[in-house]
Design a protein around this ligand. Structure first.
Ligand code: ADP
Ligand code: ZN
Length: 527
């Protein structure tokens, strides 16, 4: 079988060898077995179902949530001579009907459909009448409410195992923490199926994250000193900042183009083409840029603003160094980013149930830990994707390569941990910070916590400073988030056995805290 697959790989897709687990996955699916494929963006997930689609009898049905991506993939396949087509809301009813007729006649190897179309009674009836090679569920994390991209129609894909139990299902995603993964297995009934989990580590990427002082100058220095004359992407949050930054780079003799959704399509397309074909051009863009971009020699991705999640950060930085040669992921951030993201997270999840709001808050915390960590950057990054981090430190990130200014915050950590202990391990972070900062809120008074020994002992740090301390105690497993037994909405923090050594002063806690997190002068040391 694998020799057939190899032939297709060479003759249709033009590649000489399978990458990573591709061959194994393809053999598995061709044999008619279902599986979950967790592979980073750019890892080569598509071939894992495209080749089985060609090797198995019948038509493969690919469920994909993004119209643009669908059209792009189909166009590429058609150019390679594969009989592929898509069915989505962009087609007229007549065109869709024509596609359905040809489907019945068995004229396609692959049909890409949007989930809402798949769920219609009409389409399902059509599927009952034709031989189906497999179902590929792309972006499978969309089934989960815990993920960052929940789509209700995806949740209904449980009809696939129910109505078509014999057809192999291959669920693919680049982002799934343990909870999301469990949801995918449940929704698509893949408990008996194999999971293929690839590493998310990108060893050739050097991660650097620094506090923002003057971001333009910092960017210019970074490009000039490390990537002069090389192609890169600079991400900004706002369209205006995109345009201003591109103009600024150009005025400093760095050829730059702008790209954002507010620009005229023809200009956007022209800029994209120039960037893809040119050499040493810097694309300054919003997150609208990059989906489906296939340029292997992008040498750096710079972020002038914090992206909205670790997923976005990973995906955007992942566009650098696809050729495996050294590349940089560089970012500046400041307190403004944290305020912006917190308010976006809160307003975006305001009407959702408490556990989902907490999951969103925890995702934001994970991103902030990545920024503030004093250990290898790969630790929080790979932790987030549930990957073992045994081989760290990496030797290829700022924390590993440079001496970073850190502060010993053991005393603050001890205060935080004692406060958790004294209040019975029943409360969430914000409430505990109120106590430490000596705020006599109604809730504090109700519980009588204005009379305990840890009330008001934490004036040395600002609220954000305390959040950093708590976030790290969580990230470093001195605290765990349990259920809130005091009836509030936040998760209750509880001590782990490791917390004892911090309380006894046997373990020192060091963090990257900047001046604005202090309410009073704090000693600064270096490691
Ligand atoms: P994903 O869906 O995981 O993000 P894609 O399937 O789009 O990744 O593949 C990313 C890029 O890698 C594409 O340009 C694809 O053609 C290329 N690719 C995939 N498999 C191989 C391979 N075995 N050898 C070389 N290039 C490959
Ligand atoms: Zn490192």
């Amino acid at each position: 079988m694998i020799s057939h697959a190899q032939t297709l790989l060479r003759e249709i897709f033009g590649y000489s060898e399978f990458r990573g687990q591709q061959a194994e996955i393809i053999t598995h699916v061709v044999n008619g077995d279902s599986c979950l494929v967790l592979m980073p963006t750019g890892g080569g997930k598509s071939l894992c179902y495209q080749i089985p689609a060609l090797l198995r009898k019948g038509t493969a049905i690919v469920i994909s949530p993004l119209i643009a991506l669908m059209e792009n993939q189909v166009a590429v396949l058609c150019r390679q001579g594969v009989r592929a087509v898509y069915l989505n809301s962009a087609l007229t009813p007549e065109a869709a009907a024509a596609v359905e007729r040809r489907m019945l006649a068995g004229e396609y190897d692959l049909v890409y459909v949007a989930p809402e179309r798949l769920l219609t009674v009409r389409f399902r009836a059509l599927l009952q009448r034709i031989p189906i090679a497999l179902f590929a569920i792309d972006e499978a994390h969309c089934v989960s409410q815990w993920g960052h991209d929940f789509r209700p129609e995806y949740g209904k894909l449980s009809i696939l195992p129910e109505k078509f139990p014999q057809i192999p299902r291959i669920a693919l995603t680049a982002s799934a923490d343990a909870r999301t993964r469990a949801d995918i297995l449940r929704c698509l009934d893949l408990h008996q199926a194999r999971s293929f989990i690839s590493s998310f580590d990108r060893p050739n990427l050097c991660y650097r994250i620094t506090a923002r002082s003057n971001s333009r100058i910092q960017l210019l220095n970074f490009i000039r000193s490390q990537h002069a004359g090389e192609a890169g992407i600079v991400y900004c949050q706002s369209r205006r900042k995109v345009e201003e930054t591109a103009a600024w780079l150009n005025s400093n003799h760095i050829p730059a183009l702008a790209y954002h959704a507010g620009m005229e399509t023809s200009i956007r397309t022209r800029h994209q083409k120039k960037f893809l074909q040119g050499h040493g051009i810097v694309m300054v863009a919003t997150s609208a840029f990059g989906l489906g971009i296939d340029k292997s020699d992008i040498r750096f991705v710079a972020h002038l603003d914090l992206p909205k999640s670790i997923e976005s950060y990973y995906q955007e930085t992942g566009r650098a160094g696809r050729d495996g040669l050294p590349a940089s992921a560089w970012m500046v951030y400041g307190p403004g980013d944290i305020i912006r993201l917190r308010s976006q997270t809160e307003s975006g999840t305001e009407r959702l149930p408490a556990p989902i709001r907490q999951a969103a808050a925890a995702r934001l915390d994970a991103l902030l830990v990545l920024c503030e960590t004093t250990v290898c950057r790969r630790k929080p990054l790979l932790d987030y994707f549930g990957e073992p981090t045994g081989s760290l430190p990496c030797g290829n990130c700022d924390a590993c390569l440079e001496t970073i200014p850190v502060q010993d915050v053991t005393i603050a950590a001890q205060k935080a941990l004692s406060c958790v202990y004294r209040t019975g391990q029943c409360f969430g972070m914000e409430y505990l910070i109120d106590i430490l900062s000596g705020k006599r809120t109604d809730r504090v008074r109700q519980w009588g916590h204005d009379c305990i020994s840890t009330f008001g002992i934490g004036h040395e740090l600002s609220t954000e400073g305390w959040r950093i301390v708590f976030r790290h105690l969580l990230a470093l497993d001195y605290l765990v988030a349990g259920e809130d037994r005091a009836g509030g909405e936040r998760i209750a923090l509880q001590l782990t056995s490791a917390a004892r050594s911090v309380l006894r002063g046997e373990t020192r806690i060091k963090l990257r805290l900047s001046h604005h997190h202090h309410s009073a002068p704090y000693q600064q040391i270096s490691t």
